[in-house]
Write a protein that binds this ligand. Structure first.
Ligand code: SAH
Length: 371
C-alpha cells in the first residue's frame, strides 16, 4: 500500500477524487471529500470517524484515515522583535522553512516561503547566500498558513510569497497552494489578498497572467496580485544586482507586466524597490524609475535595504529615502515606503535563510561516503 498523502497539499477537487477511489461505489467521493476538507480548514482537525458525514460508513472513515495524513511540520523555533516574528518548521530530511508573521492594522500578513534557499543569486539578499536546497511541496506551503492560523492562532488574512525562494521557479506547487488557500470551503483567503512576488521571470509572469484572466471556479486565479522585485531603474544598475536580468531584460519584463490583467480601477501591481545607498537611490534613479513605470499601473514599494550578514551594501539615510519618495511622487508615480519590521530578528525582507544549515549540508554531501 502506498504511503499516506499529505492532505494539506490536496485541492478540494483532488481530495474528492482520492476519496472517490476509496469508495465502493465509483463517483461518490465529493460528499465525503467535502466534509473532510471543511473540517480540516474550519477546525484544524482530520478525524473522519468523528464527522457526521461518515456515520453511516465507518469503513470509509477508516480507509480515509489510512489514505491521508495531517502532519504539518513541527515548529522548531520562533524569533522576533515584538509582534513581528519568524517561525521555522522542520521538514522531513531536516531542512527548515521560514515564515514571517507581520501585524497590520486589522489583521496579520503571513510572508511564506516557496523554496528552501533560492537559485536567483540576487547580490543583496541573504537567502541567495545559502544557495538552492529544495522546492517546497504544495502541502509544505499550505502548512505554513495552516500552522500560523490553527496552531499559532494568528488572524492571518493576507499572504505574500516573499519569504525564501522564487515562486516562479516552483510554480506548479505554488499555484496548487494558492488554489487551496483561496478555496471558500477552506481557509477562504481571497485571491485579492494573495500576492506572488517574482524576481522578474517572464515566462512565469505570463503563465500567471493567463491564469489571472479567469475566475477560480473556471480553473483561473482572477484577482491574484503580482509584485515584481525591480530594485533598479535601468538594465545597467539591475545587471549589477540581479543576475536574472541577463535572462530577461527590463524591456522584456515591462512587456510581460503589461499583460497582467487589472480589471478594476483599484487594481495595480507592486514594484518592489530595495533602496541601497549609492547604488540605486539617486534622484536620477528615481526619475528613471518613474519613466520605466510609465504606462504600467504600478505602486512602488520602497524598502530601505536591510543589511544581510557581511553585506557590501548599506541602507540609505532616512533623508535619502524621503527624497527618493518625493522625487517619485512629484513625477506622478504612486509610491509608499515600507517599514523595516523584524530586522533585529533577521526576519525582514531579504534576511531569511540559514547559511549555517546549508554549509553543514554541503559539507556532508562533499564528504566521501563511509564504505
Ligand atoms: N524571489 C521573490 C520572492 C522573495 S521576495 C522576489 O524576488 O520577489 C523578497 C523581497 O525582499 C524582494 O522584493 C527583494 O527585492 C527584497 N529583498 C531582498 N533582500 C533584501 C534586503 N537585504 N533588504 C531589503 N529587501 C530585500
Amino acid at each position: 500500500m502506498s504511503s499516506p498523502l499529505d492532505i494539506l497539499g490536496l485541492t478540494h477537487e483532488a481530495l474528492c477524487a482520492e476519496m472517490g477511489l476509496l469508495h465502493e461505489k465509483p463517483g461518490k467521493g465529493t460528499f465525503h471529500g467535502d466534509a473532510v476538507f471543511q473540517a480540516l480548514y474550519r477546525h484544524g482537525t482530520f478525524d473522519p470517524a468523528s464527522l457526521p458525514a461518515f456515520e453511516a460508513n465507518p469503513r470509509l472513515a477508516q480507509k480515509a484515515a489510512e489514505r491521508f495524513r495531517l502532519a504539518p511540520p513541527p515548529v522548531t523555533d520562533k524569533q522576533g522583535d515584538g509582534d513581528t516574528y519568524k517561525f521555522l518548521m522542520k521538514l522531513e530530511g531536516g531542512l527548515e522553512t521560514e515564515s514571517v508573521v507581520i501585524p497590520m492594522r486589522q489583521y496579520k500578513t503571513l510572508c511564506v516561503s516557496s523554496q528552501v534557499g533560492c537559485k536567483m543569486g540576487c547580490r543583496f539578499c541573504e537567502t541567495a547566500q545559502m544557495g538552492f536546497l529544495k522546492n517546497l511541496t504544495s502541502g509544505e506551503i499550505v502548512a505554513q498558513v495552516f500552522t500560523a492560523r490553527k496552531i499559532l492562532n494568528e488572524p492571518i488574512e493576507n499572504i505574500v510569497f516573499m519569504g525564501m525562494g522564487e515562486p516562479t521557479d516552483n510554480l506548479d506547487a505554488v499555484i496548487t497552494a494558492v488554489r487551496i488557500l483561496a478555496d471558500q470551503r477552506g481557509l477562504c483567503i481571497p485571491l485579492s489578498s494573495i500576492t506572488i512576488s517574482t524576481v522578474g521571470n517572464v515566462p512565469g509572469i505570463l503563465r500567471l497572467a493567463e491564469l489571472a484572466q479567469k475566475p477560480l471556479s473556471e480553473g483561473g486565479l482572477r484577482h491574484l496580485r503580482l509584485a515584481v522585485s525591480l530594485n533598479a531603474p535601468t538594465d545597467g544598475v539591475r545587471d549589477g544586482l540581479m543576475p536574472v536580468n541577463g535572462s530577461w531584460d527590463m524591456a522584456e519584463l515591462k512587456a510581460a507586466l503589461q499583460r497582467w490583467p487589472l480589471p478594476r480601477p483599484q487594481d495595480f501591481i507592486f514594484a518592489e524597490y530595495v533602496l541601497i545607498a549609492g547604488v540605486n537611490d539617486s534622484r536620477e534613479d528615481a526619475l528613471a524609475l518613474a519613466e520605466y513605470l510609465r504606462g504600467l499601473r504600478a505602486t512602488v514599494n520602497l524598502i530601505p535595504y536591510n543589511p544581510r550578514r557581511e553585506s557590501p551594501y548599506a541602507r540609505p539615510a532616512p533623508e535619502s529615502v524621503s527624497a527618493f519618495f518625493r522625487a517619485l511622487m512629484d513625477a506622478g508615480q504612486a509610491c509608499r515606503i515600507r517599514g523595516t519590521k523584524g530586522d533585529s530578528a533577521m526576519a525582514a525582507c531579504g534576511q531569511l535563510g540559514n547559511r549555517a544549515l546549508s554549509r553543514r549540508r554541503r559539507a556532508v554531501e562533499a564528504a566521501p561516503s563511509a564504505a
